[in-house]
Design a protein around this ligand. Structure first.
Ligand code: ZN
Length: 181
């Protein structure tokens, strides 16, 4: 094993050469790159490469407020890629699961794929982060129109209007809609 320093985006190998392990990603050209600042480990025997972060990574705790993007909705569950915690960007990927704060008829009226939400970590069960959007400051903070992709403006409680095509949609809006991202 040899050791050199990596930084986000640094080229550290190619797919044909190594297996891209933790702390790395493969770009469109099959080049393995470092995800963050850290030491690069190339295991030539096992033919894998990984990056160990320089500083201790932030671990998310119950009670933290997170900003994330809904990458998929399945049933009522929203799968969230968390991008910031307590308004500070994260240097590694975290995923969470959000679900409605009450029984709803249409999950589309609560959140949709592509929305950014502000949520609170309410539990860590089976190593997965469960998120709540029940409080007034929590919920959708940025959304695009489902018809035209235009920017949506809040026009009242849980109501959005597209600034381009005037389409009206519902969400569980955060009081901070439009002010976070
Ligand atoms: Zn629109």
């Amino acid at each position: 094993m040899e050791r050199e320093k990596g930084y986000p985006g640094k080229e550290i190998g190619v797919m044909e050469e190594y297996l891209a392990d933790r702390g790395t990603y493969i770009d469109w050209n099959g080049i393995i790159r470092s995800k963050y600042l850290g030491f690069i480990f190339k295991d030539t025997e096992m033919r894998k490469v990984f990056v160990k972060p320089l500083r201790k990574l932030k671990i998310l705790e119950v009670g933290d407020t997170v900003l994330g993007r809904i990458i998929n909705v399945s049933g009522v569950f929203g799968y969230v890629r968390i991008e910031a915690v307590n308004f500070k960007p994260l240097d590694r990927d975290f995923n969470g699961i959000v679900y409605p704060h009450r029984i709803v008829n249409r999950i589309d009226d609560v959140y949709r794929e592509g929305d950014y939400i502000l949520a609170k970590v309410i539990s860590k069960v089976n190593r997965s982060l469960h998120l709540s959007i029940a409080e007034p400051d929590l919920g959708v903070v940025s959304a695009k129109c489902s018809y035209c992709g235009g920017k949506m403006r809040s026009i009242g409680k849980n109501k959005l209007r597209c600034m381009r095509c005037s389409n009206i949609e519902m969400r569980k809006l955060s009081r901070l809609y439009g002010r976070v991202i």
